[in-house]
Design a protein around this ligand. Sequence first.
Ligand code: DAH
Length: 362
Amino acid sequence: MTDLDQMQQELSAAIAAAPGLDALDAVRVRALGKQGQVTALLKSLGGMTPDERQTAGPRIHALREGVTAALADRKAALEAAALEAQLASETLDLTLPAPAAPMGSVHPVSQVMDELAEIFADLGFSVATGPEIEDDWHNFTALNIPESHPARAMHDTFYFPDDAARDGRRMLLRTHTSPVQIRTMTSQPPPIRIIAPGRTYRSDSDATHTPMFHQVEGLVIDRGIHLGHLKWTLETFVKAYFERDDIVLRMRPSYFPFTEPSAEVDVGYTLDKGRRVVGGAEPDGWMEILGSGMVHPNVIAACGLDPDEWQGFAFGCGIDRLAMLKYGMDDLRAFFDGDLRWLRHYGFAALDVPTLSGGVGA
Ligand code: DAH
């Protein structure tokens, strides 16, 4: 028996006897690795005379191929056996309770936005959106707030550097959701009924102001719209939102550049052990909740519509404040701290989708 035959037999035996994948790999390294027996034979071909190589070459190559094939076969067999064993040993008892999964919750701001969408959908409003990075035409000019208007200064605007201007318009972080009114009127024909919830930004920070906060805008444009429509819509909305019928609203004359006439709307509250609770037929006091009015003809005209044909009303209010009033939080900053304990306490279960029939906040 030649050395080659013997080596072949030994290696075949080792391969067949390898009890597992690690052991099999050790055999592979012993035969075919850099320092392996078969590798050494292959290297020796270089030092042979052409005649020697003629006879030894094919035999050495055949040995290498045989060993390689045997290794692959054994590997496949071992893997199949391992899978069999795993399948036989693993069972899944579907009657066991599911393991406790870490649970997220819906942030109160998202919850209130969902509630608003649900309430207004019932009144025929759809949800509109606009960019948070706005230009000063949409945020101010088209809303009847020209360059020199004092309201621009009141907004504590975050402006982008001048060289970020687009089409000659200065860019900024929108200071309110009102520019969505403009974007909606310039992109779809009336009649229009939308709400636009979203993020807004002002350079302001204390217990009741954060640089980023949330507003919702409402806009209706149609023929023959008047203050009565506005008042009914707001009353219907506030009653549905606070889930009480004994809500009293008070409209105070006010001023916004984009509405004429304008009104600030207060909701009556009653005192319950010193705490203000929204509602009660005979209020102990009033809290301001939103700004509103009839859309100014200049705004309608800026959007390319004829103000003699189309009228409308608009309103805007802070979502964070709405959430605080309904769910009893007293510090606005906690909304944005990302504190898990606060989120667990005030958050809502992900599957508790607000519905009017179920009670929007239930
Ligand atoms: N945009 C106003 C603000 O941020 C809120 C507002 C007031 C919106 C009256 C309106 C409105 O649409 O009619 O203070």
